[in-house]
Structure formats: structure tokens, C-alpha cells
Design a protein around this ligand. Structure first.
Ligand SMILES: Nc1nc2c(ncn2[C@@H]2O[C@H](COP(=O)(O)OP(=O)(O)OP(=O)(O)O)[C@@H](O)[C@H]2O)c(=O)[nH]1
Ligand SMILES: [Mg+2]
Length: 654
């Protein structure tokens, strides 16, 4: 009972990824060995290789407390350990968002971020960069019991008084519902930890799977980062209901507020009706039980406004028992295999298509560019051979004439080069302006400005204005940067055209670059802010500044991430813009020099003509071989990309 559909599919996907990686690597190494790659090509291929290597697949599990999230993760991913890995028990168990992944550079461990960090500035993403903020417990891989015992800490709580809970943003005195959680002595049991990171060498985690287990009961609402970035960036979200409770008001609330809006086109989102074993009544026939499950599925689907086919009834608990005991009949009855099949079908092809597309684009660019370079080289050598062959038997006057012409060409090209260098200076100035506007320094100052404005505004109108201003400024910077990018590209296009017309260099169309997607991401963040504002901050009471500040920190760190991406993509684009030109210019210069050398040589001794021609013909062979080999290496990558892990072409999936 070792493997399940999802596990198998994921392993096949990883094998496919490794195969693509090996072939792209072969291409890169060959280009290097032949000295055919420039810095830009090498960077693009290395980026593609990096992406293939740290390719992550994020699966988040979300639900009210005690619906069986942790049990489902145990059943799908950890049954090989023949016991529960994540703690799962009645009542609230998982107290903080828990990420499971594998990082080979660290020892296996459980790292916990203390809840007190909520008093400090900074988001979870910021704290992840601050190793000292975490409490670390090593995981002893030789003992399943010890692992289980260590992971019990995910359920740790501490009792604090109401004021402390409020200062941490975990209690709102204006909200009766949360006030009811207080014990008679006025204390409240709050999570001891804010976030957990489990570094665990499970085979699937090693291959890049990242699982996010979340705690139920409002935790999603108190940690804005979950809503703003962790759920939207998950490749699949599993939402759980339980057959014993039915669909409750809080289930619907979580669904409407957090899951339904996340549904991007490429995101898998599955709803699970767990604990169907509660309906396995021994006094009923199979058919009656099936009918009862179908009825629950239908009514739950109606409440969530979903087609019934998107709801998967399962028993996570029985599935775990069945896998541990190797009971095939029980596993089938738990209906987990259907859910796993659906999950792998939604998750893996989508992800594979994305990875395949980005790898293909990088490899194609590099191959096209290198082919162009080789073809230009071939044509130039061929011209020289023709020229020299025409010279056979010609007298010294003609040879002298050839030399004058070659010299004139060289001089004309040198004048062209001067223009190129002048243009490169203009380019540098524009790039400087672009970096200033789009750069992190400008953004950080906007963030500081907004933070100050928010701190001083005690009322919600001022708060909204401060945020509105922040978004307008940042948007303005993006727009101005987009305009500069347009100008830079137009300038480079003109330069490429000029060199192609006047000196016969290959006509390259400079790559395009758009900041549109960052604009869209900013608009999305602003929308999230507006929604939150309408539900939470509108009725802001004094003392809620804490909550606002934390929300702003998360938002700001998200905006910083957006800008970091925009910056690194823009830098890569700038390189891609100028590098092909530099390569071509260098190549053209070398060829002109060789031509001049040939002619001078012949001028000195006409006897060496045949020798020179033979030499040139040999280099034509070399270039032809290189072109041939390049095409074959490219084909190997393309073949791997076109294959699904099990060998059927991806295209058929569409
Ligand atoms: N009968 C039955 N019980 C289940 C099933 N799945 C989980 N449970 C039980 O439900 C309880 C809650 O399960 P958990 O996995 O802790 O639930 P959770 O959603 O992770 O809950 P929190 O961590 O508190 O948010 C435990 O006692 C499980 O044994 C199931 O399929 N059938
Ligand atoms: Mg749990």
C-alpha cells in the first residue's frame, strides 16, 4: 500500500523535471565549451535551471477547527510513517499555520516563531530571514515517537490576561463573540507560537512539495499574510467540511472570505466533505449509505454554490488506518483515492505546463540567438572564400584594390561603433533614471511616509487617505517606469535597425518588457485592502492601531516583494537588450579583422592563397557541425518538454 496516485504522479513529475534539467544543462555546458554563449545566454539558462531545481508545489489545507485537516495531510502524505506525524485530536489542535517542506541545507527540525513577535514590526516573510527569532527543536528521524512528541508543540497554548491578548491582536473587546472565549478568571488560552516551519526529508517534500496546514477558528483572519500571500500563491487549496457538523455558519464565512476569492484560473481548489465514516451505519445497506452521502454532498454543494462534482466525500481517518494496515477494501471505502486522483489531475498538469512554458521560452531564445550568430559567421566566412577564390590568378593591382576596400569597410564600421558607444551612454543615463524610479530606495521611502501618516491618523478616514496616497504614489512610479522602458526599447530598436542596414548585422528584434502584471498585482493588493477596510477598520476603535499597523506591515512587505520581482525582471531585460548587440559587434569586428588579414597576407604572398582558402573551408565545416549539434541539443530539450511524465504529449491534455 505504499503508493497513492498523487504520490506516484508527483514522483513522475519530478523525474520529468530532472530529465529536462539534465538536457538544458547539456546545452549550457556545450555552449560554454564551444565559447558560443555570452553572459546573457548563460544567465538565462542558469535561471531556467535554477527554476527547475527549486521548483515548488504549494498545497494549502484550510478549514474550521477539527474538520480533519491535519488528519487528511497525514493520510495523503505521511502514511508511510505508519503513525500520525502531525498531531490531530478532538477540539482545537493545530494552533498556528504550519509549513512542511524540505531544505537540504538545514538539519531536520521544527522551528517555531513565538507569538510575542506580533508586537514587533515585520511580517512572517521578514522573520523568516531572521534566524534568531525562531525557537528550534531538532527532529530525530530514527524515532517516529520522538517526532510525534516534538510536533505536539504545534498545539501549545499559553494563558494570558485579556489586556495581553488584546495587545497581541488576538482579542477585541468590542467583539462579544471573542470575549466569550475568556475563562472565568479573565484569562484566555492563546497559541504559544505564531508560525511553524517543519523541515522534514520526506521524499515528496524533497522534490519540492510544500504543504501548508492551517489552524481553524479565525486564525486566518488574525494573520493577514495568510490571506494576502500564502493562500493566493498556493497551487492548490483544499477546503474541508465535516459530515458530522454539516456546513456551519463559520464554514461558509471562511469559504466566502478566504477561499472563493482566491480562485485564479490556474489554481486548483477542491472541497472535501470529511468524516463520512460517521454515516457508515451497520444497520443500513451500502445503497442507503451511498444515498445518504450523496444527499450530504448535494446539500453542502448548494450551500457553497458549487457544482456537486467539485465536492469529494472522504474519510481521512479511515484512509490513514487503511494505509497503515494495508487494508485495500477500507481504503476504497474511505474514497480517498478519488480525491487524490482529482488533486493530482488539477495540480500537476497545470504546474507542468507553467514550468514547461518558461523553460521552453528561455531555451528557445538562447538557441535562436546562437543560431543567428553561427549563421552570420558562416555567411561571412563563405564571402571571404568567394572573394579569395575570385582572386586566384588576379594581379597585384586587384589585390591592392581589395585591401583598400577592406580598410574602408573597417573604418566605416569603426564610425558606426562610435555611435554605438555614444548611444550606450544615453542608455546608461536612462537606465539610471529608471532604477531610481522603480528602485527599492524610492519604494522604502514611500513605505516610511505611509507608515508615519498611518501612525498619526487616529480615525479611519485618515487611515484610508494615507493608504490611498501610498497606492497612488507607487502606481505613479510604476507608470513612469513603464514609459521609460518604452523609450529605451524604441531607442535600441532603432540602433539594431541601423546596424543591420549599414553593416549587414543580423536583424534582431529587442525583447519586449511590460510592467503590466505588477500593476495588476498592486491593484489586487489595493482591492484586498479595501475589502479589509470595509469589514474591519471602518469601525476602528482606539486600541486597534496594533491590528492596523500589523496589516500595513504585511501589505508593505508584499509590495516590497512585488517591486523586488519587478526590479530583477527589469534588470534581466536590460541585460538581454544590450548583450546581443555587444556580441554581434564583437563578432563583426573579428570578422573584419580576419578579412583584412587575409587580404594583406595575399598581398604579401599570392602563393598562400590556396592554403588560406583551405583553412577557411575547414572553419566552414566546424561552424556547420556546431549548427548541427546545437539543433540536436535543442531537439533533446524540446522532446523532454513535450512529454508528460508517463510519455504522452502534453498537448493532448489541452
Ligand atoms: N470519524 C472521523 N474522525 C476524523 C476524521 N478525520 C479526522 N477525524 C478526527 O477529528 C478530530 C480533528 O482532526 P484534526 O486533524 O485535528 O482536525 P484539524 O482540522 O486539523 O483541526 P485543527 O488543527 O484544530 O484546526 C480528530 O479527533 C480526528 O481523529 C474522519 O475521517 N473520521
Ligand atoms: Mg490540525
Amino acid at each position: 500500500m505504499k503508493s497513492t496516485t498523487l504520490v506516484d504522479e508527483f514522483e513522475q513529475y519530478s523525474a520529468w523535471r530532472n530529465d529536462v534539467h539534465a538536457r538544458v544543462e547539456a546545452l549550457r555546458d556545450w555552449l560554454n565549451a564551444q565559447e558560443l554563449g555570452d553572459a546573457e545566454s548563460e544567465m538565462r539558462l542558469n535561471q531556467a535551471l535554477g527554476r527547475l531545481q527549486d521548483d515548488k508545489l504549494n498545497v494549502a489545507v484550510v478549514a474550521e477547527f477539527s474538520r480533519g485537516k491535519s488528519e487528511l495531510i497525514n493520510a495523503i502524505f505521511f502514511s508511510d510513517y505508519r503513525q500520525r506525524v502531525l498531531p490531530s485530536s478532538a477540539g482545537r489542535t493545530t494552533m498556528c499555520p504550519t509549513e512542511l517542506f524540505f531544505d537540504p541545507l538545514r538539519r531536520p527540525s521544527l522551528r517555531l516563531l513565538p507569538i510575542e513577535t506580533r508586537r514587533r514590526d515585520g511580517s512572517i516573510a521578514d522573520f523568516k530571514r531572521d534566524a534568531g527569532a525562531w525557537t528550534e527543536f531538532p527532529l530525530n528521524l530514527d524515532s517516529a515517537e520522538e517526532i510525534g512528541a516534538t510536533l505536539m508543540r504545534l498545539a501549545d497554548t499559553v494563558d494570558v490576561d485579556a489586556a495581553t491578548a488584546e495587545a497581541l491582536g488576538l482579542l477585541n473587546s468590542a467583539d462579544e463573540e471573542t470575549m466569550r472565549g475568556l475563562a472565568c478568571d479573565g484569562t484566555l488560552a492563546i497559541p504559544r507560537w505564531r508560525h511553524a516551519l517543519i523541515n522534514f526529508p520526506h521524499p515528496l517534500l524533497k522534490q519540492g512539495l510544500v504543504i501548508l496546514d492551517t489552524p481553524g477558528l479565525n486564525a486566518i483572519g488574525t494573520e493577514p499574510e495568510l490571506t494576502l500571500s500564502m493562500l493566493p500563491s498556493a497551487h492548490a487549496v483544499l477546503f474541508l467540511l465535516a459530515a458530522d457538523t454539516g456546513v456551519t455558519k463559520s464554514d461558509i464565512e471562511i469559504w466566502r472570505q478566504y477561499i472563493a476569492p482566491v480562485q485564479g484560473t490556474s489554481r486548483a481548489r477542491l472541497v472535501v466533505l470529511n468524516k463520512i465514516d460517521g454515516l457508515w451505519d451497520e444497520l443500513k445497506t451500502e445503497a442507503q449509505i451511498d444515498a445518504e452521502i450523496a444527499r450530504q454532498v448535494a446539500s453542502s454543494a448548494a450551500l457553497l454554490d458549487l457544482p456537486q462534482s467539485q465536492l469529494y466525500p472522504v474519510s481521512a481517518h479511515k484512509a490513514l488506518v487503511a494505509k497503515v494496515k494495508g487494508d485495500a477494501a477500507l481504503l476504497a471505502k474511505s474514497r480517498l483515492p478519488e480525491l487524490e486522483a482529482a488533486l493530482s489531475q488539477e495540480l500537476i498538469p497545470c504546474k507542468q505546463a507553467l514550468v514547461s512554458e518558461s523553460t521552453r521560452a528561455s531555451v528557445e531564445d538562447v538557441v535562436v540567438k546562437t543560431t543567428e550568430l553561427l549563421e552570420t559567421r558562416l555567411a561571412t566566412i563563405q564571402d571571404q572564400v568567394d572573394e579569395l577564390q575570385g582572386l586566384r590568378g588576379k594581379n597585384r593591382d586587384v589585390v591592392r584594390h581589395m585591401m583598400v576596400k577592406a580598410n574602408a569597410d573597417k573604418q566605416q564600421f569603426e564610425r558606426g561603433l562610435e555611435q554605438f558607444y555614444a548611444l550606450r551612454n544615453v542608455f546608461a543615463t536612462q537606465v539610471g533614471a529608471l532604477r531610481q524610479r522603480l528602485g527599492m530606495e524610492a519604494l522604502r521611502s514611500e513605505v516610511r511616509h505611509a507608515r508615519r501618516a498611518m501612525e498619526t491618523s487616529r480615525f479611519s478616514a485618515g487611515l484610508r487617505e494615507a493608504m490611498g496616497h501610498f497606492f497612488r504614489e507607487v502606481d505613479g512610479n510604476l507608470e513612469a517606469s513603464a514609459a521609460t522602458i518604452g523609450e529605451i526599447r524604441a531607442m535600441m530598436t532603432a540602433m539594431y535597425r541601423k546596424f543591420s542596414d549599414e553593416h549587414g548585422l543580423a536583424a534582431v528584434s529587442p525583447p519586449d518588457h511590460s510592467l503590466q502584471k505588477y500593476h495588476r498585482e498592486m491593484a489586487r493588493l489595493e482591492r484586498v485592502f479595501d475589502e479589509r477596510f470595509n469589514t474591519v477598520f471602518k469601525m476602528m476603535t482606539v486600541g486597534q492601531n496594533q491590528l492596523t499597523a500589523r496589516f500595513f506591515e504585511t501589505l508593505a512587505s508584499k509590495v516590497v516583494q512585488v517591486f523586488e520581482l519587478a526590479n530583477s525582471e527589469t534588470e534581466a531585460w536590460l541585460k538581454a537588450l544590450i548583450a546581443p548587440m555587444e556580441t554581434q559587434v564583437r563578432e563583426h569586428k573579428t570578422q573584419l579583422k580576419r578579412r583584412l588579414e587575409s587580404v594583406s597576407l595575399i598581398h604579401a604572398a599570392t602563393e598562400t592563397l590556396d592554403e588560406r582558402i583551405a583553412e577557411l573551408e575547414a572553419s566552414i565545416e566546424t561552424v556547420r557541425d556546431q549548427l548541427d549539434r546545437l539543433a540536436r541539443l535543442n531537439l533533446r530539450v524540446a522532446e523532454a518538454l513535450a512529454d508528460e511524465p508517463d510519455g504522452t504529449p502534453l498537448a493532448r491534455m489541452a
